[in-house]
Ligand binder design. Structure first.
Ligand SMILES: Nc1ncnc2c1ncn2[C@@H]1O[C@H](COP(=O)(O)OP(=O)(O)OP(=O)(O)O)[C@@H](O)[C@H]1O
Ligand SMILES: [Mg+2]
Length: 364
């Protein structure tokens, strides 16, 4: 009997049977977990609750997911480098990849390190070495090490990493994730296949948001959804968290609630402020802007972002437009280095007045 089993194990069918049952088990465990966790799932922030589970769930980036799928099918996954702006699905994609390769038990085969962990040279060497050398019961070829937010790693740690990558290529695949690819040393970049995660196209964000809106029973108007899309600029995390905040704070959500909720200035407030800066006298304008800012809780920094978009619509001569854009940029920089809001606001009002004069002068 025993030998019979042995023969069957070695006749080539066994690995298939094994991988099928592994996959099946993975799904069953996933379902089980989902069932058991459904109560606590309710309390999760929506960004976690609606995090894609499979590669197919990942919105947009189809060329990336199909390429990775092919790598997995051919069992030749390279080291990978994911980069792009926040909330575009980098972490979600690699977690889906891990789930796809190892099933629900993927955490045993995966080491995830992010910026909150200590990642000096010693950590890179020791923790990775330990994990890479550890044998597991169901060893499926290679293990996965995810270095999230890698642009925060020191240069020394990155230098140590390039040797480590080569040393363990036999049984480990690395996935390095960052927002700014230029902060990753070229030596590491050349060891990885690079995938760029661009901001998500708004129609795709809208489709996914609509699903969440239906599922959660959010009451939101059409202009509310439009405002949400405009605000998120292709960042799905931002869109979901603003939506959840609005849903928690208001019975029904329109454009106004969306802009109120995260303290982002409403476009009409920006327009009022800029019009006042351009046409009222200095004192009146200053009082009015301060009152509106206090009432709506608008930070000067947020105003500058809004003003930057609005300046396009003002009928300025090119020279005046250049002048004011330059001032917006300088003010933003000064604020980020700790400049006083009051002084910067006064300077900005003065700059708008100068721009109006400049525009009038160059027009004649
Ligand atoms: N492409 C996507 N498809 C579906 N949901 C997405 C996608 N991108 C982001 N999300 C949603 O946004 C949340 C955050 O995504 P994720 O953690 O993958 O972003 P990230 O690219 O890793 O961002 P960061 O650079 O800030 O770490 C997810 O939980 C998910 O709900
Ligand atoms: Mg991430």
């Amino acid at each position: 009997m025993d030998s019979d089993e042995d023969v069957r194990m070695s006749d080539g069918e066994a690995p298939n049977l094994f991988s099928n049952s592994f996959k099946g088990k993975g799904k069953a465990v996933d379902l089980l977990l989902n069932g058991k966790e459904s109560d606590s799932l309710e309390n999760l922030p929506w960004v976690e609750k609606y995090r894609p589970v499979t590669l197919d769930d990942v919105v947009s980036h189809k060329s990336i997911t199909t390429t990775i799928e092919k790598f997995i099918e051919g069992n030749r996954l390279p080291h990978m480098l994911f980069y792009g702006p926040p909330g575009t699905g980098k972490t979600s994609t690699i977690l889906a990849v891990a789930r796809r390769i190892y099933g629900a038990d993927y955490r045993k085969q995966t080491l995830e390190l992010n910026a909150s962990d200590d990642r000096g040279i010693d950590v890179v060497r020791e923790q990775i070495k330990q994990f890479a050398e550890m044998r597991t019961l169901f060893n499926k070829g290679f293990k996965l090490i995810i270095l999230d937010e890698a642009d925060m790693m020191t240069q020394a740690a990155q230098a140590a990493l390039r040797r480590v990558i080569e040393q363990y290529t036999k049984n480990v695949r690395f996935c390095i994730i960052c927002n700014y690819v230029n902060k990753i040393t070229p030596a590491i970049q050349s060891r990885c296949t690079r995938f760029r995660f661009s901001p998500l196209p708004l129609p795709e964000v809208e489709r996914r948001l609509t699903g969440v809106i239906e599922q959660e029973g959010v009451k939101i108007s059409k202009d509310g959804i439009e405002a949400l899309l405009k605000l998120c600029k292709g960042d799905m995390r931002r869109a979901l968290s603003v939506l959840q905040a609005c849903h928690a704070a208001y019975d029904s959500t329109t454009e106004t609630e969306v802009y109120n909720c995260p303290g982002s200035p409403h476009p009409s407030d920006i327009e009022t402020i800029i019009k006042s800066m351009m046409s009222d006298d200095f004192g009146t304008s200053y009082q009015m802007v301060q009152a509106l800012r206090t009432e709506r809780g608008i930070a000067l920094q947020d105003f500058i972002t809004g003003a930057f978009e609005f300046v396009d619509t003002i009928d300025f001569e090119p020279q005046a437009r250049i002048y004011i854009l330059d001032h917006l940029a300088t003010t933003e920089h000064r604020l980020s280095t700790g400049g006083s809001e009051k002084i910067q606001l006064s300077a900005l009002i003065a700059a708008f007045k100068n721009a109006v004069e400049l525009s009038a002068k160059t027009r004649v």
